[in-house]
Design a protein around this ligand. Structure first.
Ligand code: AVJ
Length: 393
């Protein structure tokens, strides 16, 4: 991650995975710069730098990737199971209903024949894969079409991916999982090792000529409305970086939460970020618990109120932590601690969650070099999956 990215544009790999183990991608022990979790100093420094920069700027902010320590990841998993949090279950049911069709459209764009030839070899990658919980639905469908499949999850958390790899390969013989610890925000990842898995049934000779001549096509998943954590400008940059690693015939499956409409009023979206059980509030406050533990800060988390606001002009949910009282927080540093004064009512902006009109997503994809082919939405128009091929450019 660039050190200069501002707080609300900087979540790496933050992704809800929903399903049984819906923990997010920007997970425990991972450095926001995508370095392995075994670099505690880099992690500690990144947390320090970003947290201090956000807390000392006006308005005060913290980067959302800080949510995802072990406790935050567990809380996020709980969020995905809340009745109010419609995102995960809606996306999961879209994947369940349309996995086969998504694959067919990826492999045979625009072809509607019942009889299709065997597809050319393909692989699947995922940005911000986390625990890959929902991805299983798509992998299952893909294995039916191509019994030997390479799945390449890319995430800042090697631990989440390792767990996922184990579970997925146990459930799907024929699946090869090749996790990559990297931060997709920076574009510092590699989609190349695709040639390593030959199509099912091919002899050694066939597979070597196959690797030489035919690069498998790639389907890249960026689901879970992770795109919503980024400003439109940064989302486009991430897509452009992805596009530069793809070739025509490769495709992206984008999952995004949609803007309010008459079936999904703002109140529905707001309660998804301010649930009755208070799990989202705990998730939001956990960022302060983390700073106390990892930076020696002296926040009293309960002195900050969880706020979820709809910002209509920006079409986004904002989460804030609002100081209930006038107080000064201290964070140890060298000789003298940093002192951060809060007026009563002053807020720390902790997250943006953009909600898109589907036309806006199409335009974004087109500007980034993709050709949106099919979009799948639930009947309430709450959430959408868009399949977009890399355009010839
Ligand atoms: C993981 C970024 C998609 O914005 O809905 C859930 C994170 N924040 N509840 C989202 C989140 C508060 C989530 N994303």
């Amino acid at each position: 991650m660039k050190a200069s990215i501002s707080a609300h544009q900087s979540a790496p790999g933050v992704l809800p995975n929903g399903g049984s183990a819906g923990s997010p991608a920007g997970s425990p022990g991972a450095s926001p710069d995508g370095s392995p979790a075994g670099s505690p100093n880099i992690l500690a420094n990144a947390i320090r730098d970003e947290a201090l920069r956000g807390l000392t700027s006006q308005p005060r902010s913290l980067p959302p990737w800080l949510f995802y320590d072990q406790q935050g990841s567990d809380l996020f998993e709980q969020i995905t199971e809340l009745p109010e949090y419609y995102l995960t279950r809606t996306e999961r049911s879209l994947l369940a209903a349309h996995a086969t069709e998504i694959l067919r459209e990826f492999l045979f764009p625009g072809v509607h024949d019942a009889q299709l030839p065997p597809p050319s070899p393909f692989t699947i990658a995922e940005l911000g894969a986390g625990s890959s919980a929902k991805t299983g639905l798509l992998l299952q469908a893909a294995i039916k079409v191509q019994p030997r499949l390479l799945y390449q999850p890319i995430d800042v958390s090697p631990t989440a991916m390792a767990k996922a790899a184990e579970a997925l390969t146990a459930a799907m013989p024929g699946l090869t999982v090749l996790p990559q610890a990297a931060n997709y925000v920076s574009g510092n990842y590699d989609l190349k090792p695709a040639q390593s898995v030959a199509p099912h049934g091919s002899s050694a000779a066939q597979s070597s000529s196959f690797s030489a001549s035919l690069r498998p096509r790639r389907l890249v998943l960026w689901i879970g409305s992770s795109i919503g954590n980024f400003s439109p400008v940064e989302a486009e940059e991430i897509l452009v970086r992805l596009r530069s690693r793809l070739q025509p015939q490769d495709a992206l499956l984008l999952g995004a939460d949609l803007a309010p409409n008459h079936r999904k009023p703002v109140s529905t979206i707001l309660s998804a970020y301010d649930d009755a059980a208070g799990v989202t509030a705990a998730f939001n406050r956990n960022i302060l618990v983390r700073l106390n533990r990892e930076m020696g800060a002296n926040f009293t988390p309960s002195s900050f109120q969880h706020l979820a606001r709809w910002n209509a002009a920006e079409s986004r949910i904002e989460m804030h932590l609002q100081s209930r009282i006038r107080q000064t927080i201290e964070i140890p540093a060298g000789r003298q601690p940093h002192r951060i004064p809060f007026a009563a009512g002053e807020t720390i902006h902790t997250e943006n969650s953009y909600k898109f009109r589907s036309g806006v997503l199409d335009d974004l994809l087109i500007r980034a070099g993709f050709h949106p082919r099919r979009s799948f939405q639930d009947s309430d128009g709450a959430f959408c999956l868009i399949l977009a091929h890399a355009r010839w450019m």
